[in-house]
Design a protein around this ligand. Sequence first.
Ligand code: C2E
Ligand code: CA
Ligand code: CA
Length: 542
Amino acid sequence: MPRMRDLFAPLRQFFHHPWLLAVLAALASAVLLLAASVGLTLQQMKQSESAQMNARGERFLDRLEQVFGQLREGVDQLQAQPLRGCGPDMQAQLQQVALESRFIYEAAYVDAQAACSNRGGERVIEPLRGPDIQGPTYSYWLNTTTEPNDNLAALMLGRGNFLVSTSRGHLTDVVDLPPGGSLLVVLDHGTRAIPVLGPAQDWPPTADWPAPSHKALLELPDRLVYRMATKSPDYQLVLIAPRASLPWRLNGLLWLLYPGSLLLACVVGWLVLQLIQQRRSMTSELQQALRRGELQVLYQPIFELDSRRCVGAEALVRWRRPDGSLTSPDLFIPLAENTGQIRQITDFVLQRVLEQLGQLLRANRHLYISVNLAACDVMEPRIGEVSARLLAQHRVTPGQIAFEVTERGLIDVVVARENLQTLRTAGHQVLIDDFGTGYCSLAYLQTLPVDCLKIDKAFIDALGHDAASSGVAPHIIRMAHDLHLRVIAEGIESEEQAQLLSSEGVKYGQGWLFAHPVSARQFAELITRGRRVAGRRIDDEP
Ligand code: C2E
Ligand code: CA
Ligand code: CA
């Protein structure tokens, strides 16, 4: 089975190419932003298309009702007067009707012998076909011509021997139909559609016409169909407009989205580059820190809870920069874990512990120091070899160095188990650090070669405060004892917590209640004089 580390190696390699990463980040965000912009644009276009259709439809309907109203009035008036035939009086009558009504373009009299119109000899409208709609009183002709001349009739109404028509211009002046668009009158329950304006359209527009939905606007892939209810149930008006092709209809602001998102993508790329370079510079700074000895080790004493006797300490690394500022291990340890520099740090801590406290450890054989291991330390047998060499050199027994492993360090359990077992066989104690924050179950722990659990500070914090989770710590403690594991509570800050833990059978603890992390000298003093270090936070002292 390939090791996790081997699988991640190419990925890690990849992260060492900041330019590539920055370009990828920029590309990814460009794609995302552009997709969002296009989505937004389409949405906007849809909305404006619908709004436009609605407005057009309403204007048409208004105008049509006005036009029909005037045509009916005109033809009624002609029908009511006594004149018939094509005399000069009739001519005058026709002219008068056309003059009185704004929307009547032509008024005509037609019978078997004669035909005359208000427009004189110029033109007499003569329908070429039977009426499109034959009502009880009126006959209707729709779109009587398709010639482009706007003066030609679009609608014609007949009653008796009289015909009145309106010009197409009277319909098109309220709204311009988009090229290829049509206004249709739909008859016979939706089965027949006659264009009033514009070219004939494929009819019906959908297989299930009239569409069951009551929405006025129907959006088809290639056209918009807008249905208008009319006062008469016999016919419906339908406006059909081809959909605009995309890029040409974007309004001004939306055009800005595209260069805008490209610009933003560049900014993202630049930020990623900065971040990587900052990390890189931190990496090289850390390298320098290791060389120049800017790293220090502090010791947080660990106590037996009942007797308040110090039994050992946890070694905690500190980075004090030349300007005196301290960088938290929470910042540089994860980085060092990524770059592999953590191996050097672990070795440094181990070496420093033995240099600084070798003598103290030799003089106090019950005393131990706990050293934190990172995931990669657990994945290799290296640390066992390093500690064996250093322990021999300083004549300290392996039992006096314990190793803390977090659950995150157990990615490849088979390898971890093997290496931890080697450490234990050599005489070291192995502790699970931050227990409860990872994915390790207690049952799973049973299969690991460990001696002790460190209950994470989060669970200790909850003790005595949060009724809901204060039950977790006692639960972990009881199960740990069932598995014959020792328990250390970390982050004890109050006497109440110490008492509670003690009553639950926890033997050991560390935390600000007892002591902050202190220098080697202070720790040695604490041991030799048996003095308790408390109160003031002194972990910042060199
Ligand atoms: P950790 O191993 O869980 O260490 C305990 C952290 O809790 C330490 O923070 C310690 O100063 C802090 N602490 C102890 N008692 C209390 C308390 O009562 N209250 C509060 N609020 N905090 C308390 P520190 O030293 O900042 O270390 C942070 C983490 O950095 C450590 O967590 C450990 O994961 C990592 N680390 C530190 N030194 C090393 C090292 O030498 N090697 C490795 N691999 N990791 C280290
Ligand atoms: Ca620890
Ligand atoms: Ca911890």
